[in-house]
Design a protein. Sequence first.
Lengths: 304, 381
Amino acid sequence: MALLGQYAMNGAMLGMMYALVAVGFTLFFGVLDVIQFSHGDVVAAGAFAGLLAYAALSFFGVHAPGVLLLAVILAAALATIVVGVLVARFLVLPIKGAPQLNVLLVTLMMGTVVRECIRLFFPNGSQPQRFPALLPSSGWNLGAFYLRFDNVILLTCGGLLIAATHLLITRTRLGLAIRAVAQDEETARTMGIDFKRVVLVTFALGSVLAAFAGVMDGLYYNEVFFGMGLLLGVIGFAAAILGGLGNLYGAIVGGFLFAALQTVGAVALPFASAYKDVFAFGVVIVLMAVRPTGLIGERVSERV
Amino acid sequence: MRFAAVALIALLSFAARAKETVRIAFIGPLTGGNSAIGLGGRNSADLAVRLRNADAKAKYTYDLVVLDDECKPDAGVQMATKAGSDRTIVGGVTNYCSVVAMAAVDTYHRFGLPVIVWGAVLPDITYKNDFKEVHRVNGTMINQNQTNAKFMSEHGYKNVAIIHDTTDYGKGHDKYFTQFFTQSGGKIAGDFGVTADQQDFTAELTQLKGLKPDALYFGGLTPIGVRIRAQMDKLGLGVQFDGTSGIVNDDFIKALGPNAEGALAFREGAPAEKLAHGKEFLEQYNKQGYTQPPEAYGPFAYAAAVLLMDAIEKAGPDRKKIIAQLSPAHVKDVESIVGKITFDDHGQNTVPVITKYVVQDGKWVMWEDSEYASGKRKLAK
């Protein structure tokens, strides 16, 4: 039983990270009908920006974990907003009218640029980097279940962040504008909505979620790696598709479902755990065949 | 006009006196997760070449062609092809990653390029084929796992769980450790194969925790070794971490910080500072001002380069003659900084020395010199 709790906790942590990334994918698709394939690498950029902020502050003798954590999160968010908005403004918006494939390719290449920049310009960037543990590392040992405070804090914050995003989109004027653009760009424009601004804000929003996913990844594993965004991006995208691209709940469900599949693949199946990704992606393929529009598909016509 | 003639004569006479330049290749991982070892190896081979070039008695001037195999089999085969097809390159000091060496040996054989492996430990590299081109100065994982298994049994570990990567390298470690550990009466609690670029190990580790082993054996390289050790801590899994030669490098400790304390690992050969000529090696190395340390396998790369250049001095810069010069008949009890080198019929050095290491205060310390051996600190149970 305790063992089951531990598996659930592991899966929940993974799921939260995937969901945060997937929500970004789904937001971008919602407003612009594009797939921002460098999103995974934006996550990595966020984590490394956080790491830089940490290194800089430590250098100047700041050691209070609270201050450091705040700086790490702010730096990560700032970096991802810059990258995300630049991608939207200079790569995605100019070729909005072109075939979707072009956007996909351009952002895919942009991802490689971001990734390689981290590898080349971050000191010793090809190596895995140690990420500081800024949250209390103690916890309760309940038999086979080791419940750590930092995991609980990260999960809670992730959940709050997603809830806040949801509220922002459903309850505010900005959210209304985003939803309007998602529904029908032309009409939204005629209603006096600044289309470009809404798109940029949406990209900033999705990128902030990515920043948190990156910092969460770093704090959870105490290690970040220049290529960490690659698989995270693919999984986040798969999760968004699985849930139904363009649907916020779908992305969350997809994220947690994928994490659950991976955990089941590693634990409950008779073959070696090396096949857990094969299993998880295999199930995604089957689900896609059965429900091409995703689990929570477009029949809930309100996108984003 | 007269000046030009004088200059020409001077140039010609210089050319006549200058030694013939011979090119040899160095192949290793210079980028990616295992680049620290690769760069240390490259510097060490480079040091051997520099010292030889400074030696007035040497018949040739040597030029080291450095190629990056990225620790990836496809890149490794590409680099092997590049070195093999370039006829000006007469030999190579090649490969740290076993998977890459395994993929590349066919290419070396096809091009008839004599190579001396400086770090890869998979037995099959020398033993699977009968390639006269392939030699190796370091020992194989068979020896190191034998020592490892014996050490673990002697220190009271009876029930060990294994995580290994699913490359030939990790599977080899898994196989030999399991074999020797069960022979000495130990039990394998569980055996998990994971991919070499996996990020999350919490599912495997949780399952492992339920099996209640008294130690975790890890057969793989530094990047995932770091992740597994860090995530053990996250899950409150406090058992002894027992690694292989794949994690004996400074990056392992740098990436883990205090979590690295007490980790065990085993490696062929003895550390440079314990070797007869090791001190000289380190002195010379430091004199050259390389920015990276030689790391664990630097001395092997150095010894391999020296051995190769010795063969060239004797046989001349001809691939076939070099291969003949590297045959067991000629390489017997050859003095080197990693001890005596003797090649068997497969070009494998039969070094018996295995060194045990433990991390103590952020350094890999020889077991015998550590506070763990003296009883001042204790390994995890």
